[in-house]
Design a protein around this ligand. Structure first.
Ligand SMILES: Nc1nc2c(ncn2[C@@H]2O[C@H](COP(=O)(O)OP(=O)(O)O)[C@@H](O)[C@H]2O)c(=O)[nH]1
Ligand SMILES: [Mg+2]
Length: 251
């Protein structure tokens, strides 16, 4: 389905307010991060926002902390999965659980500052999807070492060179999109690959995207689920390259 023209659906790209937004938080073992993150989201966007945590039965008790938090904060709710595992499917589940016209999602290790959400919300006016970017002017990655940063930049540059489009941070994962786009395109692929795939298909369909610079911080507490550096690249790299190849072949 081509991108909606302004006449077709009411205010498809109108200004966005927190009561229109659900923030989806995919968690696996984020007990040391999830409460400060939820507090940061409520501080940044106010009490009207909705928070949906999708936890895959984390052994560190993340789910229990969310339940406790939700008792005092009705904006927050937990989706506790015990038979499914995976970042992309957790985000897709959160989008399906939300009933609001705008859905945001972000990593839950405090590498993506909740204080930047209002800037994404502002940038969504006149657009269909926005993403936090490490690679536009003003953006930076201080979370990963030089090798991981270089490998990430290579993947992003290669994606853009082969797939076209204007987006620099093709593996952002810090996103805010309108429901019609998310329902039209859906999420395909594991881990960060879904991001390359979603951005490429959205641009190809004529949806309007924008990047908002942010400073990607080191993980606050707990372990990375992808392991950085060469190990992470060898584990995740082939999947990214296969996704770029698949999209390129189809483009
Ligand atoms: N629900 C769910 N979340 C996951 C899973 N794997 C990773 N995550 C979450 O995905 C986000 C990114 O993971 P992270 O370990 O920070 O990846 P890195 O930044 O690439 O090192 C974090 O919020 C994780 O808790 C999973 O299997 N299920
Ligand atoms: Mg991380």
């Amino acid at each position: 389905m081509p991108a909606p023209s302004p006449e077709q659906s009411p205010a498809p790209r109108g200004p966005v307010t927190p009561d229109q937004i659900s923030v989806v938080l995919p968690t696996y073992d984020e007990a040391g991060n999830i409460v400060p993150l939820m507090e940061g989201i409520l501080k940044a966007l106010g009490a009207e926002v909705e928070i949906i945590v999708v936890d895959d039965d984390s052994p560190d008790g993340t789910a229990g902390l969310v339940r406790q938090f939700a008792e005092g904060h009705p904006q927050a709710r937990l989706v506790h999965r015990t038979t499914e595992r995976g970042l992309t499917s957790a985000i897709a589940r959160g989008i399906a659980e939300s009933k609001r016209p705008v859905v945001a999602w972000m990593d839950c290790d405090l590498s993506m500052p909740p204080a930047d959400l209002p800037r994404l919300m502002k940038a969504l006016e006149g657009r269909d999807m926005v993403l936090g970017s490490r690679y536009v002017p003003g953006g930076r990655d201080v979370a990963h070492g030089p090798l991981a940063r270089t490998l990430s930049i290579i993947i992003c540059r290669l994606s853009r060179a082969l797939l076209g489009g204007t987006v620099l941070d093709m593996t952002s994962g810090f996103m805010m999109g309108r429901r019609y786009l998310l329902e039209d395109l859906g999420l395909i692929g594991d881990y960060g690959e879904y991001c390359i795939d979603l951005i490429q298909r959205a641009q190809k369909q004529g949806y309007l995207l924008a990047e908002v610079p942010y400073l990607c911080q080191p993980r606050h507490s707990g372990q990375s689920k992808t392991s950085v550096g060469l190990g992470g690249f060898l584990r995740r790299g082939p999947g990214y390259l296969a996704t770029v190849w698949r999209l390129w072949r189809r483009s």
